[in-house]
Design a protein around this ligand. Structure first.
Ligand code: PMP
Length: 330
């Protein structure tokens, strides 16, 4: 019999797939690391597992404990999966702008979700930062992973994602491209690949226009999960050789093309990362192997970037540019 003992064992060892159509006319090989194939549907399963393991080893999380984290998405799902297997309770705190669907996913995994008002200042006691801090203090046995400062986040990528890529490409990877949110992915993978290749692999971060990593002030953008308005401790400023800035429009257009032309239904930060990877690959040679990491799947974004009306509302799709449909002809 061939089976895994539990879903947590399915985390990591995700495949690499060549991008064949969006790369037309580009000399380099572009390979995508498909992280939505993790059991919780995103790259965040990796950090959830490592953060919980290290907290257990450090005695911060004890049997029957509670995980409290301000998260509305992928990290919550990862933590919920790991917590279930190990018998922890999960309390996630999110602002009320987070869609009902996202809250429901976390509840479906058995987590409790506390919703806080968005329209209050961060220092307000009702803000989601303050509520999560208070719950972490008040609930007995509570532990707050804090993915923005927890070094187990980059470490999980140094220990798993980086070595997987080096092995999968037989050491032929020349460029690694990923979006930067907490910076855990790019810092951990980047450091591993630099060490393994003696500094030869070029590390490229992709960032939304307006975010601090590409010199912005933190002005708003719509692509989710990437970019910041502050510098998190999980981002190692020495690792990136280059940051490529990508607009929301380009990110979403490319994300839609990945679904239509590559069969990859992925999230908006994936289109952003691929836009940066194509820019790098365009300057490359046929010997270059550019690997781009795709953090999550696209089902959570159907009513946003995959919806023509939503795209048109933000000016990302000029009226009349949607693909003609059969019903148009009737
Ligand atoms: N894309 C999505 C959808 C994410 O949720 C995240 C994590 N915030 C990232 C990209 C960026 O990854 P990291 O936090 O490791 O920089």
């Amino acid at each position: 019999m061939h089976y895994y003992d539990n879903v947590v064992e399915l985390i990591g060892n995700t495949p690499l797939v060549k991008l064949r159509n969006v790369t037309a006319g580009i000399p380099a090989t572009v390979l995508a690391k498909v992280e939505y194939l993790n059991p919780g549907g995103s790259v965040k399963d990796r950090i959830a597992l490592r953060m919980v393991e290290e907290a257990e080893q450090a005695g911060l999380l004890k049997p029957g404990g509670t995980i409290v984290e301000p998260t509305s998405g992928n990290t919550g799902v990862g933590l919920a999966l790991v917590a279930q297997l190990r018998g922890y309770r999960c309390v996630f705190v999110c602002p009320d702008k987070v869609s009902q669907d996202k809250q429901d996913v976390l509840r479906a995994y058995g987590a409790e979700v506390v919703v806080c008002p968005t329209a209050v200042a961060p220092e307000d006691p009702r803000s989601y930062y303050n509520v999560s801090d208070r719950l972490a203090r008040e609930i007995p046995g509570a532990w707050k992973p804090d993915q923005y400062s927890n070094q187990a986040n980059p470490r999980s990528h140094y220990e798993t994602t980086g070595p997987e890529l080096w092995k999968q490409t037989d050491g032929r990877i020349t460029h690694f491209v990923a979006g930067v949110g907490t910076g855990g992915t790019i810092s951990g993978v980047g450091r591993y690949l630099k060490e393994a290749s003696g500094g030869a692999v070029r590390i490229v971060g992709a960032d939304p226009e307006g975010s601090v990593y590409s010199g912005g002030t933190g002005r708003p953008y719509l692509v989710e999960g990437v970019g910041e308005d502050f510098w998190p401790e999980t981002y190692d400023r020495t690792v990136c050789d280059e940051i490529v800035e990508v607009s929301d429009k380009t990110s979403f257009e490319l994300t839609r093309r990945l679904a239509r032309e590559e069969g990859l239904l992925v999230g908006g930060s994936c289109g952003m990362a691929v836009a940066a990877a194509l820019e790098v690959a365009r300057r490359g040679t046929p010997d270059d192997v550019v690997v781009v990491l795709l953090p999550d799947g696209g089902r959570g974004y159907l009513s946003k970037l995959f919806n023509d009306e939503w795209m048109a509302r933000y000016g990302f799709l000029e009226t009349g540019t949607a693909e003609p449909t059969v019903s148009d002809a009737l």
